[in-house]
Ligand binder design. Structure first.
Ligand code: HEM
Ligand code: HEM
Length: 177
């Protein structure tokens, strides 16, 4: 299997980056939902997963610039859907950056440090501000929910391509044939 993208499919590296981010986002989101009922250490895991999203995002964008993705599969519905698909991808890239950034701001607003994978700690540059912390937690939550909703619609679109339009859009992002 080829590591880089080709004209008609994603390479192994971009595929790995895509599915790793899917796993990280879903796990971080689920931990976020139950964070109040889980042991204290859960927030550290949540933060490590969220920072992982940021690291993979940078790798992914760097890869995308040097190794452009394949052109969209031609569909019976014409080029409008390609434009919609492309916009949805850009929006997801934007949210993949904004959600962890809002998470970092949340942590700092609480006056708490952000641990970089347990190796290094960045102290909060601010004193604790309860009202601000509450607002940015809410922003972080809304952005995280928006990301998960868009990703859900995006997954439905991938399945529509596969089962209804019967093109190779989904297969191009999967290892194998
Ligand atoms: C893609 C990555 C991430 C997703 C999907 C995500 C999602 C969520 C969700 C859904 C919540 C629950 C909000 C609530 O109900 O109040 C939450 C809470 C939180 N997240 Fe994230 N988050 C991510 C990354 C991060 C990062 C990188 C940080 C910090 C560096 C962070 C810090 C926090 C904090 C401090 C809370 C509040 C926890 C509490 O209420 O005690 N998150 N996150
Ligand atoms: C958190 C969940 C997800 C996120 C954040 C996400 C994000 C993205 C992004 C940003 C791209 C554009 C890649 C590029 O630069 O060309 C993409 C492509 C793709 N994703 Fe996802 N995705 C998620 C989940 C899924 C799921 C669950 C499926 C399948 C059911 C899926 C199937 C695909 C396919 C088939 C492509 C290639 C589309 C094309 O060829 O134009 N994704 N995804």
């Amino acid at each position: 299997m080829r590591l880089t993208n080709s004209k008609d499919r994603y390479g192994a590296v971009p595929q790995f980056l895509h599915w790793a981010v899917v796993a990280l986002v879903i796990t971080a989101w689920l931990l976020g939902q139950f964070i109040d009922d889980l042991p204290r250490g859960t927030l550290a895991i949540h933060i490590a997963l969220g920072l992982g999203v940021l690291v993979f995002l940078v790798a992914r964008l760097a890869w995308r610039f040097s190794d452009p993705p394949p052109e969209p599969e031609p569909t019976a519905l014409g080029p409008w859907l390609d434009v919609a698909g492309r916009l949805a991808h850009y929006l997801m890239y934007l949210l993949l950056a904004l959600v962890p950034i809002a998470g970092i701001v949340t942590q700092f607003a609480r006056g708490d440090a952000v641990s970089i994978f347990g190796v290094y700690e960045i102290a909060s540059p601010w004193v604790k501000d309860r009202a601000f912390a509450r607002s940015v937690t809410e922003v972080h939550e809304i952005l995280a929910n928006a990301l998960v909703i868009f990703a859900g619609l995006h997954a439905v679109a991938a399945l529509v391509h596969h089962w209804i339009l019967r093109d190779r859009t989904l297969l191009r992002m999967l290892p194998g044939a």
